[in-house]
Design a protein around this ligand. Sequence first.
Ligand code: KG4
Ligand code: ZN
Length: 334
Amino acid sequence: MPITILAVESSCDDTSIGILRDGEILANITYGQSVHEKYGGVIPEAASRQHMQNILPVVEAAFAKANISKKDLSAIAYTQSPGLIGSLMVGVSFAKSFAQALGIPTIAVNHMQAHVLSNLLQDPKPSFPFLCLTVSGGHTQIVKVTSPLQQEIIGTTIDDAAGEAFDKAAKMLGLPYPGGPLVDKYAKLGDATKFVFARPNIADLNFSFSGVKTSILYFLQKQKKENENFIEENLNDLCASIQKTIIDILIKKIIKATKETGIKNVCIAGGVSANSGLRNALADAGKQYHWQTFIPAFEYCTDNGAMIAIVAYYKYLAEEFASLDIGPSARTVA
Ligand code: KG4
Ligand code: ZN
């Protein structure tokens, strides 16, 4: 009997379903939520309401793409944490009710662990051990991975996440939420050496982005006093310089982590790994330091059901099933 898993990701503002059979992805369908754009950030209430509207159509679309029916499923997986409590609840409630109706087990998955394993969704796959720089809207971590389910966080942010730094800088430039992809777009046309922003000086493997944010804010305030059109006239160069600052901070720490651990298999994951500048910088560092580098396909960088499904697959093999109680409790949302 093949192992077939349907996985639900609903931790923030994407409703996504992944269907996997014996380690191979059959479908990965994601519905985004544009409702948050006008607010400059995710509104939790609106997000959970949209998840409720989207979840059944996404599930239908995923079954159609995978060309299977519910009778083929071995288990239902869901994102347990971290995430917005209301958004998580929609996915958890759906997964547990569906599993109960079908008489099959559920599998609870940690969202950050799933981002890391998005690197196992395509070939070539990294061999163990590997390091993963996980950079998303809520987290920035360096993770040492010794097996699919053994992951140790060896560096993390002490304030903002890398994606948050992109989004907050974009907001200061007047760009809509989420600004990260737009900074990437305009950066391609700009000069990354035009403006210089503060870089943190932290000795260990941890990250800090709050100083960068403040440095950008004060710089823009000063320039706008002298020329109210400063941002419009320099948008591409500002985006390129901001992007370079954030990427330099990330790459410096991953170099340090490879030196400290002696591990030369290096992956990236999370929404910010969609950034073209970061992808190029990782590939360049890989050539310079003789690493094997792994970069997920775009659809597996931002939040997606396939990454939940791959963790669930390994948990299924390890027989790590969840109870049918409806969670998560507030305590599990880290
Ligand atoms: O992993 P993700 O989809 O959701 C979270 O779990 O947070 O990451 C979303 C983050 C946002 O901050 C978004 O601006 C950022 O990833 N992002 C990017 C790019 N694409 C997404 N940041 C920079 N460049 C991109 N191309
Ligand atoms: Zn994420």
